[in-house]
Unconditional design. Structure first.
Length: 291
């Protein structure tokens, strides 16, 4: 297995099944490689200039911004050789096969009809890089984002309780917290639906009152969280204290926008004025850091 692989050293014994299938691993990458990647982590300016947020104007405080694999691999002058190789590996079919070998059983447990819907077994899925011409012909589009949560002069959360997009099959977060990032919080909260909740969404989010915490993963350097995305894969980012330093991370994912355009699951919505009011209140709480 490549030294770049975030799955290196992980076995099925490391998979946690409550409240949903996921893995938490500290010391994810070899120390020497992690140190080199951390040393050459792209600057905020590079990420903001090249990322999807480039057309939005000035970046808001404590907001998420990323550069995807397509851009990283097309601009070798902006990203180090190690970052190019790290990215290339995690959007390859070799990596996908390793992922299936590790968590294929959990994928099929979450989506028993997936292979029937796709017309082929998981191990035969065609892979490509998201947002490239080849993605139009593949079953699953892989991506690797280098990203930041921007600095902020006030306490707040970049995002509260949610699941990822319904066309996303899996995700992995690897934290590259800078040495001078001493802000408290900004950690990953693993949550579950409350027993008697109707499991309804408000837009793409979940009301705080419908979820309960399972535990929190502290975003220490070289820590990874890997999970199967589904309607039960609730997670959130805890409030981060004021910081003049960005929180740094990588997000690796597999998405199925072409092969299953209707999505792997449905985000059934709360209806009526009450739900709209809750959505507005939740946005206010996120901005203020009060949940």
């Amino acid at each position: 297995m490549s030294e770049y692989s975030i799955l290196r050293g992980i076995t099925r014994a490391d998979i946690r099944h409550e409240p949903y299938a996921h893995v938490v691993v500290e010391g994810c990458l070899p120390a020497r490689l992690y140190a080199e990647l951390a040393r050459t982590f792209p600057s905020d300016e590079t990420i903001l200039r090249l990322g999807s947020s480039a057309k939005r104007g000035r970046a808001k405080p404590n907001s998420r911004h990323d550069v995807g694999a397509r851009c990283i691999l097309q601009k070798p002058d902006c990203f180090s050789k190690h970052w190019q190789e790290f990215t290339r590996y995690h959007v390859s079919n070799v990596f996908f096969q390793e992922f299936i070998g590790l968590m294929g059983q959990e994928i099929m447990a979450a989506y028993p009809e997936l292979e029937r819907r796709l017309g082929r077994p998981l191990c035969e899925l065609r892979t490509g890089i998201l947002d490239t011409p080849e993605a139009a012909e593949c079953d699953i589009a892989l991506d690797c984002h280098i990203g930041i949560n921007t600095p902020s002069r006030r306490r707040g959360s970049v995002r509260r309780v949610h699941t990822d997009a319904p066309d996303e099959l899996f995700a992995a977060l690897i934290y590259f917290r800078a040495e001078n990032d001493r802000a408290g919080g900004g950690d990953l909260e693993i949550l579950r639906w409350k027993r008697n909740s109707a499991r309804l969404f408000v837009g793409s989010e979940v009301a705080e009152s419908d979820a309960e915490p399972a535990y929190t993963v502290v975003t220490n350097p070289n820590t990874a969280v890997i999970f199967i995305n589904s309607a039960t894969a609730l997670h959130a980012v805890s409030a981060r204290s004021a910081s003049l330093v960005s929180r740094r991370l990588v997000n690796i994912m597999g998405r199925m926008p072409r092969s299953i355009p209707e999505g792997l699951f449905e985000k059934r919505q709360k209806r009526g004025l009450l739900s709209l009011g809750r959505r507005a209140l939740q946005r206010h709480r996120i901005a203020s850091g009060r949940f």
